[in-house]
Design a protein around this ligand. Structure first.
Ligand code: ZN
Length: 163
């Protein structure tokens, strides 16, 4: 178990870079995914992408309360609907804002051994998948933010995603 340091927006431009496709499904990849999950749980987040720990590889981990999901080389296959809800990011501490995300998505990718996997989800899981996959292309939620969550929305925000 190893907790890695989470990169904060503005401190490092790694969050603005495109991550590379994973080609080698070796022990090092497994170690990265294990560390990412440990780091996410330690920070009380619901998702984490590899660039957030300073690694430009297309890997994400998520847990919206239904168990850990690891995806390597994830891509959105299809999306439907739209929901505007507040979200936050472990790389943007102390801030939240509303973002329009699909209501339901299906993503595919690979597991740590390179086997093809698909994940379908709605609500928070769909939001989280989109948020984390965005990180792999250098996109941070604040780029898509409609408005900052103010005190008025504080209660709503407390329920919201952190990834
Ligand atoms: Zn994030």
């Amino acid at each position: 178990m190893a907790i890695r340091k989470i990169v904060e927006l503005g401190r490092d431009d790694i969050l603005r870079k495109h991550s590379r496709k994973v080609e080698k499904f070796d022990r090092r990849l497994g170690q990265l995914l294990d560390d990412m999950a440990d780091t996410m749980y330690e920070a009380d987040g619901v998702g984490l992408a590899a660039p957030q720990v300073g690694v430009l590889k297309r890997c994400i981990v998520l847990d919206v309360g239904e168990g850990l999901i690891e995806m390597v080389n994830p891509e959105i296959l299809w999306a439907e609907g739209e929901v505007v809800e507040p979200e936050g990011c472990l790389s943007v501490p102390g801030r939240r804002g509303t973002v329009a995300r699909p209501e339901r998505v299906r993503a595919h990718g690979q597991d740590r051994k390179g086997k093809h996997i698909e994940v379908e989800g709605e609500g928070l899981l769909a939001r989280c998948l989109c948020h984390e996959i965005d990180h792999l292309d250098g996109i941070v939620y604040v780029d898509k933010m409609i408005e900052d969550v103010t005190d008025k929305l504080e209660e709503e925000a407390r329920e919201a995603a952190e990834g």
